[in-house]
Design a protein around this ligand. Structure first.
Ligand code: PXP
Length: 247
């Protein structure tokens, strides 16, 4: 069984488009509420809820994360930049897992994998702090051997392999090459003793191929599920994705 982490950031994106700066306790009908969405996703079979608390707070807010921490019944996976402020935040929050991602203010969404090789000391210190606190760390990396091997060497229990390049190449001539890169990445990560997650750009079409990657533990999927939920509701969107992940 491949597990599904539902990324609810885009529910907050819609809310922020109208209610940026609104006080959550103001009594106004501030919608849509990402925490309600998370609870409905869990009821439909989501195995975890993922949020990215970005430095610019463009979608998920700290009050969302606090409420998720108090209410969800599955696992909270906090995506975060490898900064002292976010490390302090995670240690105070104590989510079940953190996923360390690169963060660039100008990007529309997380664009490349974390450069573990180029940020070795910072990443090592972050993993050590999380390991000490009993929080599982995942590193969001491109499926490249040096990044994978260093993730294991630095003591990360998990990696999340970035499927974005594959998803972008899906209708082009590089699809087979990008898929092979992911296959080899999954195999190498498993050999190195890492738990293998994957995410970014996974949808109801490419899941048919993504799910055949070896050693997959969990997929984190956001945009496609939230998009489908506009038409079907979140419950049906989650059930359909899980059915396609584990037919
Ligand atoms: N995993 C990580 C680490 C991400 O940064 C994102 C995007 O926020 C996702 C998974 C989900 O990507 P998508 O929204 O394309 O499904």
């Amino acid at each position: 069984m491949i597990l599904l982490g539902v990324n609810i950031d885009h529910c907050a994106t819609v809310r922020q488009a109208r209610y940026r700066g609104a006080e959550p306790a103001s009594g106004r009908a501030i919608e849509p509420d990402p925490v309600t969405l998370a609870l409905l996703a869990e009821q439909a079979g989501a195995d975890g809820i993922t949020v990215h608390l970005r430095e610019d707070r463009r979608h998920i807010q700290e009050h969302d994360v606090r409420r998720l921490r108090e209410t969800i019944a599955t696992r909270l996976n906090l995506e975060m930049a490898c900064t002292p402020a976010m490390i302090r935040y995670a240690l105070a929050l104590r989510p079940e897992a953190v996923c360390v991602v690169p963060e660039n203010r100008a990007e529309i969404t997380t664009e490349g994998g974390l450069d573990v090789v180029g940020n070795r000391e910072r990443v090592r210190d972050c993993i050590a702090a999380m390991n000490d606190a009993g929080i599982k760390t995942s590193l969001f990396i491109d499926p490249d051997q040096p990044q994978i091997e260093l993730a294991a060497e630095l003591g990360a229990p998990w990696v999340e392999l970035h499927t974005g390049a594959y998803a972008n190449a899906y209708y082009g001539s590089d699809r087979a090459r990008e898929f092979q890169r992911l296959r080899l990445g999954c195999a190498r990560a498993h050999e190195c003793g890492l738990t293998v997650n994957a995410g970014h750009g996974i949808n109801y079409v490419n899941i048919a191929e993504v799910r055949t990657l070896p050693h997959l533990h969990e997929l984190n999927i956001g945009h496609s599920i939230i998009s489908r939920a506009l038409f079907t509701g979140i419950g049906e969107a989650v059930r359909e994705m899980k059915a396609r992940m584990n037919p």
